[in-house]
Design a protein around this ligand. Structure first.
Ligand code: ZN
Length: 114
């Protein structure tokens, strides 16, 4: 299960933050997950409490925010949010398109109990 290993590395990161900050435990945290990051939100929501057992993040609450995919044309700089396929630039018809958002998974904030 892909999401379990993601959850485990997140918990490791949370553990490291707790230790670095000299805190007792993690109360809550927020995650941004890109819509095309390949991470399935519900699977991750299921895996996180399981992965957090016995860690500093055990019992922590969390919010997951899905980041909408955003692309930018390398030719003309036009930027938009594709609904399905990235396709071609609507301004200049270039197919040299960069993904600028939607692939990330970021730990946005962590609330610690000190
Ligand atoms: Zn363009």
């Amino acid at each position: 299960m892909h999401e379990l290993s993601i959850a485990q590395s997140l918990v490791e990161e949370l553990d490291a933050i707790t230790i670095r900050e000299g805190a007792l435990r993690v109360n809550s945290f927020r995650l941004d997950i890109g819509a095309i990051s390949g991470v399935e939100q519900h699977a991750l929501e299921m895996a996180l409490p399981f992965a957090a057992e016995g860690s500093n993040a055990e019992g922590a609450t969390f919010d997951i925010n899905i980041v909408v995919t955003r692309v930018k044309c390398k030719g003309c700089g036009n930027s938009w949010e594709p609904e399905t396929f990235i396709g071609r630039c609507r301004s200049c018809d270039s197919n040299d398109i960069a993904i600028v958002a939607g692939r990330e998974m970021v730990l946005v904030s962590v609330e610690l109990e000190t």
